[in-house]
Design a protein around this ligand. Structure first.
Ligand code: C5P
Length: 230
């Protein structure tokens, strides 16, 4: 892959969509504002971005929490998000200035190691338009359909060797992410999915178990235990 000369020195902006309610967590505040070991999940996400990237950071939060987030975080731009994740990402893109490399990183992944950020950026600088961290799938996966008496019926076993679970930060050239969001039909659960529908190749770098996403109370417990044990 030939490095793209204009990207070798391009600025990096990390957009953190944190405007979800996170109701599956069962906490009284939106997920990004939940406390983990004395600091919010959102603060931990921002702190994990390696300073070596020299990145600007845009954090997207619910409109009524813009003031709260601005008080919690220093050196980041805070903007209001929208009803869907992709609306929030678009609000982040609008606040990202002219950075040539855009990373989108879920606020739900507060333990993501610095290495994952630097690998994603290095692969974009090397000439890829879209780069996503991913890990192998360890469970056997079944495709199912509704069955009698509320029990789903298995229709086939999926070959897990061909599958990867993708994480964030997901990295894109500015052009790729703008194209993806210009065509957004609102169906993808991640930005790479939107990029794929534009016909742009998405490449993978190794993810990390620590980049796990907090979705359920169980995930929150695991992350709290890990932070406590550090
Ligand atoms: O709900 P889920 O965990 O999939 O959300 C992934 C990320 O997208 C979270 O960081 C969440 O705060 C963010 N999000 C957002 N705006 C929304 C919905 C989700 O920024 N309207």
């Amino acid at each position: 892959m030939t490095p793209t000369p204009e990207l070798s020195g391009a600025e990096v902006c990390v957009i953190i969509p944190a405007a979800g309610s996170g109701t599956r967590l069962g906490e009284p505040v939106p997920k990004a504002f939940v406390d983990v070991g004395g600091r919010t999940i959102l603060e931990r996400c921002v702190d994990n971005i390696p300073a070596s990237l020299g990145a600007t950071v845009v954090v997207v939060v619910p409109a009524d929490l813009v003031e709260r987030a601005s008080a919690l975080l220093t050196g980041v731009r805070v903007v209001a998000g929208g009803a869907h994740r992709s609306d929030s990402v678009r609000a982040g893109i609008a606040a990202a200035g002219h950075a040539g490399i855009l990373l989108v990183h879920d606020a739900a992944r507060p333990l993501t190691p610095a290495r994952v950020f630097t690998d994603v950026v290095a692969a974009i600088r090397a000439g890829h338009q879209a780069v996503v961290p991913a890990v192998p799938v360890v469970d056997t996966l079944k495709q199912v359909e509704p069955g009698p008496a509320g029990l789903e019926r298995v229709t086939r076993t999926v070959d897990r060797e061909e599958l990867r679970a993708v994480q964030t930060p997901q990295g894109f050239t500015r052009d790729a992410l703008l194209r993806a969001h210009a065509d957004d039909a609102g169906i993808a659960t991640d930005d790479a999915g939107l990029v794929e529908t534009c016909g742009i190749d998405v490449h993978l770098v190794p993810g990390d178990p620590l980049a796990m996403k907090i979705t359920t109370p169980w995930d929150l417990r695991i992350v709290r235990d890990m932070v406590g044990g550090r």
